[in-house]
Design a protein around this ligand. Structure first.
Ligand code: UDX
Length: 456
């Protein structure tokens, strides 16, 4: 166990345990920053795999626990078996680490641990917290609607309505408007047992005292109300966490800031920002269709092509086929962008996204309408809400095809329809800003959460 940094303070300490993926590390560290501003000491217990960068958070303590996984390459295709292995491997080292921390706090008169806050996918923490007699709280970093739709999957499977492979039906799922059967976040990867086990594991709150949710009433009040009716413990929707937290980066990949210089040269609301997050990838056919759809639209674009997300050979082939010449100064391509800064830039008028929950929240918070191309899991649920509930985006429903992409870009960036979506997105942004300020529901939830932690 490596103690990377010590932090001495008289405030109670919170131990945070993120799932080691970008889309889950971000909200956990943002939550940590918020709670730190409220006086808590923060210690992050993290795996060696995808370790966060301690120097970005000098005010936190970071402790690495061995996970026996560092050498494994992870893709979206084996996420669920990976999470299951992580839970098997981390329990013992985590327990040893906590025991050492408790011992040290007694000997050296350090701030005592008030509770453990863990990502819903790091469910092994619950048993360990119980064993060391510490309270625990779950952080859910996907949407409330995703929770309800996963619940529905369990029920529909039990009733025999849904097979293990999910469904391609366009019919609406009863009680989950506007989700269709095809939008349900069924994993088509791995065995059905692994998927069902996964949902069951993340759904049990077991002995945890509360649930923190990276969402809010403005976006998801009906779903949150429904969940509170079903839950034995209090739920605290305190999001969007990135809006409440002091600005800092928890990026695992180095951000390329040169794209901001490029954005400076573009006109207001003209640039389409394109990114599919930290896990999704595109095959060679999709890559070509995306590239030529963008080029043919003649709309300026900033495209994040994360290393490993496309086939290197195909990318090189595309470049030799005249893509770069066709685009010229109209396009900027980077490996990883400072996404929140990009979305806040006045030149960005649209976001072509896979609808990961963080990207969705970040886009809404900046009033940027979206082109939704969900890739897997909860992304389909989020995309449906963007296009049909908040009506701030267009969903690409079919296979990636350059003509459809070009038309969608024109609809979002040029047509009246897109202007109306932008208007609604700006309106949502303002309502969210009010919600996180004094008197807003997210603000009040955070205060109640702090009261609860202080009462432990
Ligand atoms: C994963 C799942 O895929 C997603 O469905 C789930 O909702 C959260 O966990 P990911 O696919 O990485 O997340 O997407 P997302 O939730 O959008 O998180 C990506 C994060 O990386 C965002 O906070 C975004 O700001 C950041 N990012 C992305 C960058 O900082 N730079 C980039 O270039 C791209």
């Amino acid at each position: 166990m490596e103690m990377e940094k010590e932090h001495k303070s008289s405030h109670p300490r919170l131990v945070l345990v993120p799932l080691p993926f970008q889309g889950h590390i971000n909200p956990m560290l943002q939550l940590g920053s918020i709670l730190h501003t409220k006086g808590f000491s923060i210690t992050v217990l993290h795996t060696a795999f995808n370790s966060p960068i301690p120097s970005n958070y000098p005010e936190f303590g970071f402790v690495s626990i061995p996970d026996n996984l560092s050498e494994q390459l992870i893709s979206a295709d084996d996420l669920l078996p990976f999470i299951s292995l992580l839970n098997l491997n981390c329990g013992v080292p985590f327990q040893e680490c906590l025991a050492k921390m408790v011992q040290k706090q007694e000997v050296e008169n350090e701030p005592s641990i008030a509770c453990i806050i863990y990502d819903e996918c790091m469910y092994f923490c619950d048993a360990v917290a119980k064993y060391v007699k510490l309270p625990s709280i779950v952080l859910r970093s996907t949407s409330a609607s995703t929770y309800l739709s996963r619940n529905a999957i369990l029920q529909l499977k039990a009733e025999g309505v849904l097979t293990s492979q999910g469904s391609t039906s366009q019919d609406l799922v009863p009680g989950l408007h506007p989700l269709r059967f095809k939008d349900l976040p069924v994993s088509k990867i791995g065995t059905p047992e692994i998927f069902l086990q996964f949902i069951t594991n993340i759904y049990k709150t077991r002995t945890s005292s509360a649930i923190i949710w990276n969402t809010n009433d403005v976006l998801e009040q009906p779903s949150l109300q429904e969940i509170q009716k079903q839950c034995q413990v209090g739920i605290f929707p305190v999001g969007p966490l990135h809006e409440v937290a002091p600005a800092s980066s928890s990026s695992l990949i180095k951000e390329d800031n040169s794209c901001i210089t490029w954005l400076e040269k573009q006109k207001q609301n003209t640039v389409l920002y394109v990114s599919l997050g930290s896990l999704a990838s595109v095959d060679k056919k999709e890559l070509g269709e995306m590239a030529w759809g963008l080029a043919n639209s003649k709309q300026p674009f900033l495209w994040v092509i994360r290393p490993g997300s496309v086939d290197d050979q195909e990318w090189k082939k595309l470049l030799t086929e005249g893509f770069v010449e066709a685009v010229g100064e109209n396009g900027c391509i980077v490996k990883w962008a400072p996404q929140k800064e990009v979305l806040a830039h006045g030149a960005v008028g649209g976001f072509w996204t896979h609808c990961g929950w963080n990207s969705t929240l970040e886009s809404i918070s900046e009033g940027v309408p979206m082109i939704c191309k969900p890739c897997f899991g909860d992304q389909r649920v989020n995309a449906r809400h963007v296009s049909k509930v908040w009506r701030i985006g267009i969903q690409l429903e079919n296979k990636c095809e350059r003509g459809e992409i070009e038309r969608a870009i024109k609809r979002l960036m040029v047509d009246k329809e897109g202007k109306e979506m932008r208007h609604r997105a700006k309106n949502l942004k303002e309502r969210i800003q009010l919600d996180i300020r004094e008197g807003g529901s997210s603000y009040n939830s955070l205060n109640k959460l702090i009261e609860l932690i202080m009462s432990f």
